[in-house]
Design a binder for this molecule. Structure first.
Ligand SMILES: C[S@@+](CC[C@H](N)C(=O)[O-])C[C@H]1O[C@@H](n2cnc3c(N)ncnc32)[C@H](O)[C@@H]1O
Length: 269
């Protein structure tokens, strides 16, 4: 792939800097990335080889959490902010495979994700999907647009997977979570993953430093205590805030490994 080529079907300008959505897609084994994304991703993988396991464990957590919510928890509405590029087992596919009437709103601010959004807009006839091109720094605007598809008087699973780490200011990240969770009723859920240095070690730290010098948006790791703050006022489901690979693990070898990414699900009382 040359520097001027890019993700299939993308109409975005030539990329000169690696973007998170495309690099994440590369680590997940997708094909929607530019050469610059691959260069940065490969350099980080050399420094921190388990980054691919982090990406895979995060997506596997998404599947397990959504399956639980659409099944046992009876949730029919999902607001997935920081969706990423379409991959296998997107939120609507998992939710609608369990409950076909599920309604899903996706949100991302990356132009490449917007270009590929139609792949996220397939839906079961009984359900609905929508895509909002918006920034998580504007939760009020996201909620306004989401009401075209979601009924905010009924419970919603608010999903923030791998995105609050791109909100540098912790107070701002807390305000975003609070705004979203205040807008949804009791019985709603918060689903979150977040990178941490507490489980990773120095290679992870070096990889994040390299990312922040060479790619966008800048990333921030947080401690368990900082991640716990996002869940204040909510009831954490078992097993609490753990490496996302260990949240109600399945039976694959990947679920055995500890990855440096917290994952948790909580219910609004
Ligand atoms: C690490 S990926 C996670 C994708 C998916 N949620 C997952 O867990 O596999 C983070 C996504 O958040 C998006 N993102 C980053 N900052 C954002 C912001 N301020 N507003 C909306 N989306 C953002 C990126 O474009 C990217 O697609």
């Amino acid at each position: 792939m040359s520097e001027s080529s890019g993700p299939e079907g993308a109409e975005t300008p030539v990329a000169h800097i690696a973007h998170n959505a495309r690099v994440w897609n590369y680590w997940l084994g997708g094909k929607d990335y530019y050469e610059v994304d691959q260069r940065v991703a490969d350099r980080i993988t050399r420094t921190y080889p388990s980054i691919r396991e982090v990406a895979r464990a995060d997506r596997a957590f998404l599947g397990r959490a959504v399956r639980y919510l659409a099944g046992e928890a009876n949730i029919r509405q999902f607001l997935d902010i920081g969706t990423g590029l379409p991959t296998v087992e997107n939120t609507h596919q998992v939710a609608q495979s369990v409950a076909p009437s599920s309604r899903i709103v996706y949100v991302d601010n990356d132009p490449t994700v917007l270009t590929h959004a139609r792949a996220l807009l397939t839906t079961s006839p009984e359900g609905a999907t929508d895509y909002i091109d918006a920034d998580a720094h504007q939760p009020g605007a996201i909620l306004d647009a989401a009401t075209d598809t979601l009924d905010l008087a009924e419970p919603v699973a608010v999903m923030l997977l791998g995105i609050l780490n791109f909100i540098a200011d912790t107070q701002e990240a807390i305000r975003i979570v609070e705004t979203l969770m205040e807008a949804v009723p009791a019985g709603s859920y918060l689903v979150l993953t977040h990178p941490t240095l507490e489980l990773g070690g120095s290679a992870n730290e070096e990889a994040m430093r390299f990312w922040n010098e060479n790619a966008t948006p800048p990333i921030t790791a947080r401690t368990r205590a900082e991640v716990a703050r996002f869940f204040e006022g909510l009831e954490l489901l078992e097993p609490g805030i753990v490496s996302c690979a260990h949240w109600r693990p399945g039976h694959t070898a990947d679920d055995e490994k500890t990855v440096a990414q917290f994952g948790a699900v909580a219910r609004k009382p």
